[in-house]
Design a binder for this molecule. Structure first.
Ligand SMILES: [Zn+2]
Length: 419
């Protein structure tokens, strides 16, 4: 394969991705606008007219923002890889840090930081213009900068040694390095799942045990009834940055804990919070977490094998104006930057699976509570408070949504039980 073929394929994939994104966004915008004047069946029960109009405005504002951001990101990717800005910068940094293993890992970290810089103005605008305009933003410029620096520091502290290890595997086992790298990655991931709530999350948020009282008793008793042994129920101060609300569970084994956003506790009744907890327990009891971990483990294995193969192909380097002698570090970088062009098309498959899990967790919650009403009202409130789009285009939600739409979830919850 010649380098022009690689460049042509890359450019075509990038153009195809941008075109698909733009088309889906346009379909969604048209669909939302078509429903804007008269809210469709079922919407009136969820939002009053004023809130519905605001949710339409929010959806359209996010849509426009996302579209510009998508074009901007694609332009940068083309500048780095297609127009060939990355190789001279990479080689310049390699000259500074030197050819040692430590130096190579440092080059990759430096490049990662550099590549993230063009996205910063967008992240800022999203928080302090878009989100602020609709009353969601609670962050301050100072907090935003601190978060950014802390995030970069955590990324470096964890990422740099891991990269050194992966590159060392290559020196040690030039043929099978990718398998060792995968094993190391899996161990790292498991350790992170267990330890992140204890050591990483507290760097950004305050997690406090839910105070003693009726709510905690009810939630613990529900957990007991549904066979979920959990180490703790925590409250996270999400309100520090945003009024968006959420709940999730994290960790495994004895590190398992349920985390509620303080914003969620403020918005829902105790019975509705029980329904949300039952939904989260449903994810656990139905084995969704190990399934998702297995999927991501398989994807990492396939990805690392592919890098090891690409790292031996001269065309892969020359197509992006690198040299075969740049070796595995450059192959890792090029793969990380270009994989998304292919992964983009697999995204709907992951979402189909994730949506099926959501239905299963909803059904579990309904059975655990003996009724569907609390989950329905909880979901309605969440959609109302988050100004969620109630009328996404079916193709758009099929492609992008990891959760079924509110209308879909409600109708599944209203369907007669099979047993
Ligand atoms: Zn869920």
């Amino acid at each position: 394969m010649t380098w022009t073929t690689v460049l042509t394929v890359f450019t075509a994939l990038l153009a195809l991705r941008v075109a698909a994104d733009t088309w889906l966004d346009a379909q969604n915008r048209r669909h939302v606008l078509a429903n804007a004047a008269t809210p469709p069946e079922g919407v009136r029960e969820v939002m009053d007219d004023a809130t519905y109009r605001k949710s339409v405005e929010y959806t359209l504002a996010k849509n426009t923002f996302g579209q510009w951001q998508g074009w901007y990101d694609a332009a940068w990717l083309f500048i780095w890889l297609g127009a060939g800005l990355l190789p001279p910068v990479y080689h310049f940094l390699a000259g500074i840090f030197g050819p040692s293993l430590w130096g190579q890992a440092a080059v990759l970290c430096a490049v990662a930081i550099m590549l993230s810089l063009p996205g910063l103005p967008w992240s800022w605008r999203s928080q302090f213009h878009l989100e602020a305009r609709f009353g969601f933003n609670k962050s301050t410029p100072q907090l935003w900068v601190t978060d950014l620096l802390k995030g970069a520091a955590v990324g470096l502290v964890l990422g740099y040694p891991l990269l050194c290890l992966v590159l060392w595997f290559f020196h040690w086992q030039p043929v099978w390095w990718w398998l060792w790298a995968w094993l190391a990655l899996m161990v790292f991931q498991l350790v992170m799942v267990a330890l992140a709530p204890r050591f990483i999350m507290p760097l950004f948020n305050k997690l406090t045990p839910m105070p003693e009282g009726e709510l905690r008793e009810r939630l613990l008793s529900l957990a007991g009834r549904t066979g979920f042994r959990c180490a703790a129920i925590d409250v996270i101060d999400g309100s520090k940055r945003s009024t968006h609300s959420n709940a999730f569970f994290t960790g495994f084994g004895r590190f398992r804990r349920i985390v509620f956003y303080d914003t969620l506790i403020a918005q829902l009744t105790p019975r509705e919070l029980e329904a949300v907890l039952a939904h989260e327990i449903g994810h656990y009891r139905k084995g969704h977490v190990p399934k998702m971990l297995a999927l991501s483990a398989f994807a990492s294995l396939a990805g690392l094998w592919l890098v090891s193969w690409l790292a031996g192909q001269e065309w892969f380097y020359s197509g992006f104006r690198f040299n075969l002698t740049d070796g595995v570090p450059a192959a890792l970088l090029l793969f990380a930057l270009s994989a998304d062009l292919v992964m983009f098309w697999l995204q709907p498959l992951g979402n189909i699976w994730s949506r099926r899990h959501e239905y299963e967790a909803d059904a579990f919650a309904r059975a655990a509570l003996g009724e569907s009403a609390p989950l329905v009202t909880a979901l309605r409130k969440l959609h109302e408070k988050n100004l969620s789009n109630l009328t996404p285009h079916p193709l758009y939600s099929f492609f992008h949504y990891s959760h079924p739409t509110l209308i879909e979830r409600e109708s599944a919850l209203r369907a007669p039980l099979l047993e």
